[in-house]
Write a protein that binds this ligand. Structure first.
Ligand SMILES: [Zn+2]
Ligand SMILES: [Zn+2]
Length: 302
């Protein structure tokens, strides 16, 4: 309403990118990200659904780092394997998960990644104090076993059956007071938040989540946002990503999120469906257009 405020509304330059495939050569991922105009990017450094992983080729690591430097893409985020489960009560799976997470950190570090994102896992008593305690123990084991330049980030989950980390209080409980916990940050996924019951489709919902993050996790711990719309409705407890603006969060929700002082400067990575070659460029453009756009514009036409 106020002309002065409007004219000084800051357009954020927060890094923005997508998750890119490493199919072929891992260095090809940097070229793909650059071609899309990404200033941030995310990859898997290995197949995320198999325990076995091939070692990184030293020549490819060098090429990857050179290209990334040349294109000025930062941050680089690596997403860890989906098999890792730090919440499990089973000893063998827990040991395997701790080892796999250490290996993921080693690989991410070699690639020069700023962050490694991991889902903490699930268990039949998910959401219980015991589940949270097991995650803390496993993380303490990981952190005690090495030092990496890559920072570990815990991602909030959609709240599918047994998921740990679907509510912000739980993530706060995991990271606070953790031995070595200053080295652990958080990645918030907008789809997962919505699926877990946080209504970020409206400005007041985004404001509530910002306040809650501040109280439970601390805003400075949130290093990356996964920007995804949700195919299913609020509190659906199902993890199905949708194109930006085409799901339950919608353009109104993303506009509020992208321009909120708590979130607007945090790097965002899109993990939206790649169902056509135009999908990534289109989703990136939508996000760029929403940044700095007025919250009182023509919602209906979106
Ligand atoms: Zn995500
Ligand atoms: Zn997801």
């Amino acid at each position: 309403m106020n002309i002065f405020m409007k004219s000084t509304r800051r357009k954020t330059n927060a890094p923005l990118g997508v998750h890119v495939s490493i199919a072929g050569k891992i260095s090809g991922a940097v070229e793909r990200a650059h071609e899309l105009g990404c200033t941030a990017m995310q990859i898997f450094s290995r197949s995320p659904r198999m325990w076995a992983a091939k070692g990184l080729d030293p020549a490819e690591v060098t090429r990857f780092r050179e290209l990334r430097e040349r294109f000025g893409i930062s941050p680089l985020v690596v997403h860890a394997s989906y098999l890792i489960n730090l919440a499990t009560p089973e000893g063998a799976l827990k040991r395997r998960s701790v080892e796999a997470l250490i290996d993921e950190l080693d690989r991410a570090d070699r690639l020069g990644a700023n962050y490694l994102v991991v889902h903490v896992g699930s268990c039949s008593d998910g959401g219980s104090v015991e589940g949270v305690e097991r995650v803390r123990e496993a993380l303490a084991d990981v952190l005690a076993s090495g030092q990496w330049s890559t920072r570990l980030l815990l991602e909030d989950t959609a709240g599918e059956r047994g998921d740990v980390g679907a509510n912000l209080e739980e993530i706060g409980m995991i990271v606070k007071g953790l031995p070595g916990g200053a080295r652990v940050g958080v990645c918030l996924d907008t789809c997962h938040l919505f699926a877990a019951g946080y209504d970020i489709s409206k400005p007041d919902g985004v404001e509530r989540v910002a306040r809650l993050v501040k109280e439970t996790i601390g805003l400075d711990r949130v290093k990356v946002i996964h920007g995804n719309d949700s195919k299913k409705g609020l509190n659906c407890r199902v993890d199905r990503h949708q194109h930006i603006g085409h799901g339950g969060i919608g353009l109104k929700g993303f506009r509020a999120w992208l321009n909120h002082p708590a979130f607007r400067d945090i790097p965002m990575i899109l993990e939206t469906p790649k169902d056509s070659p135009e999908a990534d460029p289109r989703n990136l453009k939508i996000v760029r257009d929403l940044v700095g756009s007025s919250t009182v514009s023509k919602e209906g036409r979106a």
